[in-house]
Ligand binder design. Sequence first.
Ligand code: SF4
Length: 219
Amino acid sequence: MIDKVMDFLAELFPNPDPELHFENEFQCLVAVVLSAQCTDKRVNEVTKVLFKMCPDSISMARLSQSELEKLIYSTGFYHNKAKNILALCKVLNEEYGGKVPTDPDVLETLPGVGRKTANVVSSACFGANRLGVDTHVFRVTNRLGLVKATTPLAVEKQWTKKYAKYCNHDSHFRLVLFGRYVCKAQNPKCGECKLSGECKYFKGKKNVCRQSKDKCKGR
Ligand code: SF4
């Protein structure tokens, strides 16, 4: 089943280019940090200005907390994001020569960098065999029945064990795009989804509808 799913997603999204804009690993890391609770479109508007002023960790570290807050204000949670990004720049500059570590386990120890961010950045920039599990990946993989997990970490562990060849950034990004545009949190487009024949969520919904036609009108 996994090959059928991933082949279909590859057909749907043949060139999974990141929707976030960046020109180097540092910018990728900052863009992903800024994308928490924010749309990629908004992050790109903000980073267009921010990265022009500060393309690397050395120049960004020169900003004050309030200067950075003003620049990233519209991404939300700007106070914490600015604090984390400045702390991140300091660690990168003092301990890693201004470079982003390639190892996801090291990345995860940096300020403001959680497991999802570490996996996304290391797989996107350095080809690490990791799957970043965000809300879309979590939902899609569970709905399809590819994993049965209640936390993002459990999704990642089950996925890694069962589908090692799909632990990469392209797979992550295709699952994200599929979750964003087809298998949406509210009103997934099951009627036009070619995976409905294999989908655990869809089969469950059909069974409920068979048992109670009235309840399911319009679903
Ligand atoms: S059938 Fe519906 S729930 Fe299942 S993968 Fe497709 S869109 Fe998602």
